[in-house]
Design a protein around this ligand. Structure first.
Ligand SMILES: [Zn+2]
Length: 356
């Protein structure tokens, strides 16, 4: 049945219909298995071959680097950073065009906090990304060179990075999303009890299995798995981006020595479900990829892309507010004036009908 679900995922039919069809197909398949010697032999061979899949994944896929890579030590740098705290905030899927008005200036009405920041900062208006994929764009931001596309977005593939550079002089305070560039020596992972770890593993495996086998309409309420390594039911989805910003601001300002802060949130990435006030709205917010977008390409009927653009703009309005609240907190704590702050996005997003 699971195989049948997977085969029917591409068809946009009602989930209940798929389940009915699959139950019937499973019944026919079971009867054929009991009746046919050939089918039983075939299933036995396939069953043995399936044992080779873990070998392929763990030995020959890019994932193998996660399992077998030796834990690299943090490279030692001669560089000594000044005694100034640095805060890097990385938004995800935020095109520059969404921030500017018709004359190319940051829109003060829609984005007052980005505009206020730009007014007192160096704003690189022609900045662009090296990739529309987070796992390529973020390592480039954190290391300089562009990833070759086969490298994983982790510390073993990118041992020399912003965190290792600042580690001799700065306390590292990083919250990554989708990447694991900061070495465990500098950013110790939060470890729970064995039971907590096992239940986390079980919940992750369940989410991945359901996303793999269920037909598309039944996966709408499941969390995404493509933009992080684990904790699919946790992180931004459970905690909420508001709380992530608040907690990060509080813990960053609690540091008593020069600190490198790094905050990457999967926001204002789709699903676009926030109003600029922070209020979230109805059922469509659970649809990870909006209607009208098929295999990453907008349908030619313009209403889909135009509606998505409106939702995106409201969503970005809340990114502006999150930034403003963080800066207000840093000012209230007396940290802002002496801080080097960098605000950047990993890549943008497009809303052209008929285009990707
Ligand atoms: Zn991204």
């Amino acid at each position: 049945m699971a195989i049948g679900f997977a085969l029917m995922r591409g068809f946009e039919v009602d989930g209940a219909v798929v389940i009915g069809v699959e139950n019937a197909a499973a019944g026919i398949g079971t009867a054929a298995y009991l009746k046919s010697q050939l089918l039983r032999s075939f299933a036995s061979v396939i069953g043995v071959l399936s044992l080779g899949i873990p070998v392929l994944i763990l030995g020959f896929s890019p994932i193998a680097g996660l399992v077998w890579a030796p834990h690299s030590s943090v490279p030692q740098h001669e560089f000594r950073a000044p005694d100034t705290s640095v805060l890097v905030v990385v938004f995800d899927e935020l095109p520059l065009l969404s921030l500017v008005e018709e004359f190319g200036q940051i829109d003060r009405k829609r984005m007052p906090n980005f505009a206020a920041l730009a007014a007192t900062s160096t704003w690189f208006r022609n900045a662009t990304t090296v990739s529309d994929g987070t796992s390529v764009a973020i390592p480039a931001i954190l290391t300089g060179p562009r990833s070759n596309g086969r490298q994983l977005a982790n510390t073993e593939s990118h041992p020399e990075n912003l965190f290792s550079l600042f580690s001799p002089t700065h306390e590292i305070h990083a919250r990554e999303s989708s990447t694991l560039i900061c070495s465990p020596q500098l950013c110790p992972p939060l470890r729970g009890s064995v039971m907590e770890n096992m239940s986390g593993l079980l919940s992750d495996v369940t989410v991945v299995a359901l996303r793999t086998i269920l037909p598309a309409p039944l996966t709408l309420r499941l969390p995404g798995v493509a933009d992080r390594w684990s904790d699919f039911l946790d992180s931004e989805i459970r905690l909420g981006v508001t709380e992530i910003f608040r907690q990060f601001g509080v813990s960053f300002s609690a540091s008593r020595r020069a600190t490198l802060g790094y905050l990457h949130v999967n926001f204002p990435h789709s699903p676009w479900d926030h109003l600029p006030s922070g209020q979230r709205y109805g059922a469509p917010d659970l649809v990870r990829y909006p209607s009208g977008l098929k295999n990453g390409v907008w349908t030619k009927q313009p209403e889909f892309a135009h509606r998505a653009l409106q939702r995106h703009m409201l969503h970005v309005g809340y990114a502006d507010r999150l930034l403003g609240d963080l800066i207000a907190h840093l000012k209230a704590e007396g940290l802002y004036d002496d801080l080097l702050m960098v605000v950047v996005a990993d890549h943008g997003v497009s809303f052209e009908p008929g285009e990707p």
